[in-house]
Design a protein around this ligand. Structure first.
Ligand SMILES: [Zn+2]
Length: 258
């Protein structure tokens, strides 16, 4: 087995395990439960989960998406989340290889995945995640090639979202966006730099419009079915980290006079 394949498999397995930690974090943090203490239990029957219930993806698949004790359905979100975190680990490894910033970038993405779910469930982006997330992003940027862009990225991301929120408040007199979105933008801006932050916000806005349009076509569009902006921003930031450079290069190529 080549060393490259070994690292890819190791990243994927590590990502699966971290995925189940992300699930636990996204469930416990907004409910005010300790992430570290206490064992996971079935939310329906309260039965404590044993080791065999905690194997990523496999436990869910073997139990056919049901609790082994009470047969209550267990959301497909758990295996999906674990696969997402595994895919992130493998793709980041393939993107940057074994470098000092690698574990920090992986962690940054897993925290974004937790934020995605928490914002989806609670319309909340806890400081307990975005603040350390921003520090991790700054540390990763300092170790990588983007250190000089970190501050500009924070200013661009957070500044732009703050401006949009202010405009909403002044012009339409509604609170369109929470302060959580502004702090989330600092977290991805620090690693992605100013253009990456801008691209992330544009991508999330585009995805939100497509989602809203699709719901409207099916006659279900109203304010309550809209996705929270953080749920769109977090995965958009991860996509931009992986493929932002080629997108930006293609865009600049288009602008170039011929
Ligand atoms: Zn149960």
């Amino acid at each position: 087995m080549s060393i490259d394949l070994f690292f890819m498999i190791a990243s994927g397995l590590f990502g699966l395990v971290m995925g189940s930690a992300v699930s636990a974090l996204a469930w416990r943090l907004p409910r005010g439960r300790s992430w570290v203490h206490g064992r996971s239990a079935c939310p329906a029957c309260g039965h404590a989960l044993a080791a065999r219930d905690l194997v990523p993806v496999l436990s869910w698949a073997l139990a056919r998406g049901r609790c082994r004790h009470c047969q209550a359905p267990v959301s497909a979100r758990y295996p999906v989340n674990e696969l997402l975190c595994a895919a992130w680990a493998v793709l980041v490894y393939r993107h940057i290889g074994i470098v000092p910033m690698l574990p920090l970038v992986m962690l940054w993405g897993w925290m974004l995945v937790a934020l995605l779910w928490i914002d989806y469930d609670f319309q909340l982006l806890p400081d307990a995640l975005t603040f350390p997330g921003t520090l991790i992003a700054i540390a990763a940027a300092a170790l990588g090639p983007g250190s000089r862009h970190a501050l500009f990225g924070v200013l661009m991301g957070a500044g732009l979202l703050w401006l949009v929120a202010e405009l909403y408040l002044r012009v339409r007199r509604i609170e369109g966006m929470g302060g959580g979105d502004v702090k989330l933008a600092a977290m991805f801006g620090a690693l992605l730099g100013p253009w990456g932050a801008l691209l992330t916000i544009m991508l999330a806005a585009l995805a939100g419009s497509l989602w809203g349009g699709a719901l409207m076509l099916r006659g279900k569009g109203d304010g309550r079915t809209a996705l929270p902006f953080g749920t769109l921003l977090a995965p958009a930031a991860m996509v931009v980290y992986l493929v932002g450079d080629p997108i930006m290069a293609a865009y600049l190529q288009l602008l170039r006079p011929r």
